[in-house]
Design a protein around this ligand. Structure first.
Ligand SMILES: [Zn+2]
Length: 148
């Protein structure tokens, strides 16, 4: 989504709302380079769900990226590629039902962890340690206790 004012490729989503009876999503965006605000209409189905990162920037949901994360979390663990594929398919299904067409990266991480937990404890912990911002060792230990 290039900025119409300066051509910068990155913008953050300021506001999203369904348009045209939910067939499209109207987004207010702000250019990360020049601050210009503009409106886009994005048709559902044509555009992937947007992942909003904690710093406010956004990126398209990328199943390859998620798969890479899962592969490293599940390295040498008894989780099959097929299980990872179905995990990602389940998440894509849930995301496509999102009326605003967007999800916070933290919530996406939580969705992955909820599905990973029943598959393998070690993969779950590895994934969590990457996706959660632990403030202290104690917090991390607490999180470990929660699942044991
Ligand atoms: Zn700009």
């Amino acid at each position: 989504m290039l900025c119409p004012a300066c051509g910068h490729p990155e913008s953050k989503v300021v506001d999203s709302r369904p348009a045209d009876d939910g067939a499209a999503i109207r987004r207010r965006r702000e250019c990360l380079s020049c601050g210009h605000r503009f409106t886009t209409y994005e048709r559902r189905g044509e555009n992937p769900v947007i992942v909003i990162k904690s710093d406010g920037s956004s990126e398209a949901f990328d199943r390859q990226k998620l798969m890479r994360g899962l592969l490293s979390a599940c390295a040498k663990r008894p989780v099959t590629p097929h299980q990872m594929e179905s995990l990602i398919n389940g998440i894509e299904n849930d995301l496509s039902a999102s009326p605003r067409g967007e999800i916070r990266s933290k919530d996406l991480g939580d969705m992955v962890m909820a599905r990973l937990a029943p598959l393998d404890d070690v993969a779950y912990i590895r994934f969590m340690s990457v996706y959660k911002d632990f403030q202290s060792v104690e917090e991390f230990a607490e999180a470990l206790n929660d699942i044991s």
